[in-house]
Write a protein that binds this ligand. Structure first.
Ligand SMILES: [Mn+2]
Length: 355
């Protein structure tokens, strides 16, 4: 297992040196916003990025932001060009040492929360979701609220160019059901997995966050059965999962340790985001500190499931709260994520030594 930390590049207020100072953190999961969805990732820009990370003593083997163009998800005629570009990007990042590409196939909206800074009992603040707060909101209003609450930070999944065409895209999705979306997904994977195999890269799909459909837009990656259907679309280890515990775990019916064991045994988990959440009611939760006792998920059972199935991929702590007066990009401060990383590493050491 390799323990990593998300880094946003030069715009990230958290320096690579700070990340390197977190004990047991050997690399980053890279989030770059230099390229729009559908654009080819230029090798010169990306290799300079990797060099910077390597010079700081860290690895850059996972990239989290080669976004799938909406036309691919919608199955439009223009998709072939975007798939061709995606293949070009895979080749370019692979030649710079990337082993895993995290992506999602969520229509329109990527992750979704209704409050990016909910104040908790101890004065910290965190990301919060309450289905009630979505009632009466149009998708457009949700987008406006989210961008307004981001305090000037760019938020992955909420890129202005992706959302500019919201009305048009929502109209097209009215004719796309889950079956059709899955067929478009298959077309995409069939177009890119051979390239992944050739260059030794694994695609890792991030599950829907939260783990249910929103605004009646189809979503097809939030249950064990759906994830199984996805990895069977193209039967290759290059077609794998990014097991995000906070996303999948937002639906209490998703038994995380058993899901991890199932896909872990099949060698279909390339990387993981590990975090805890605390349920307050039905479809209402906040992102808690990582420790099991602070939230609703059993983090030890989760880590043990990874360990027992011989997981040798990449893990990162996921979102953290804002603590100790830190301000910054929602979910991506330094302190609470570093605490989370240390906690996860502590459990891993115990699991190793108790083997
Ligand atoms: Mn995640």
């Amino acid at each position: 297992m390799k323990m990593t930390f998300r880094w946003y590049g030069d715009s990230d207020p958290i320096s690579l040196q700070y990340i390197k100072q977190i004990p047991g953190c050997t690399g980053i999961m890279a989030m770059m916003d230099n390229f729009a969805a559908g654009e080819v990732w230029g090798k010169n820009i990306f290799s300079a990025f990797v060099k910077k990370v390597n010079d700081a003593g860290l690895e850059a083997e996972v990239i989290e932001s080669i976004n799938v163009h909406e036309d691919i998800k919608m199955g439009l005629d223009t998709r072939d060009k975007y798939i061709e570009n995606y293949n070009e990007s895979i080749k370019n990042v692979a030649e710079c040492g990337v082993k895993v590409i995290v992506y999602n196939f969520m229509p329109v909206f990527d992750w979704l929360k209704t409050d990016l800074g909910k104040v908790l009992h101890d004065g910290s603040n965190t990301l919060y979701y309450n289905e009630e707060d979505l009632k009466g909101l149009t998708p457009q209003q949700l987008v406006e609220n989210t961008i307004k609450n981001a305090k000037g930070f760019s938020l992955p999944g909420w890129e202005p160019e992706r959302l500019a065409e919201l009305e048009r895209v929502l109209e097209i999705y009215k004719d796309i059901n889950e079956e059709k979306l899955l067929a478009n997904y298959k077309y995409f994977l069939e177009g890119i997995i051979p390239t992944c195999e050739k260059y030794g890269v694994r695609m890792a799909v991030h599950p829907d966050d939260p783990a249910w459909p929103v605004f009646d837009i189809p979503r097809i990656s939030h249950t064990k059965e759906q994830l199984e259907a996805i990895i069977r679309l193209v039967d290759s280890p290059a077609n794998s999962l990014c097991l995000c515990t906070g996303s999948l775990g937002s639906e209490p019916k998703n038994d995380l340790p058993s899901i991890i064991r199932h896909f872990g045994k099949m060698n279909r988990i390339a990387c993981a985001h590990v975090r805890n959440i605390k349920f307050l009611g039905e479809r209402e939760f906040f992102e808690s500190a990582h420790l099991s006792s602070e939230g609703s998920l059993d983090m030890f059972a989760i880590m043990k499931a990874f360990h027992d199935t011989g997981f040798d991929g990449y893990i990162r702590p996921d979102h953290g709260r804002m603590i100790w007066g830190e301000t910054g990009r929602a979910g991506y401060g330094l302190y609470d994520r570093a605490l989370g990383l240390t906690y996860l590493n502590g459990m891993w050491e115990a699991l190793e030594k108790m083997k």
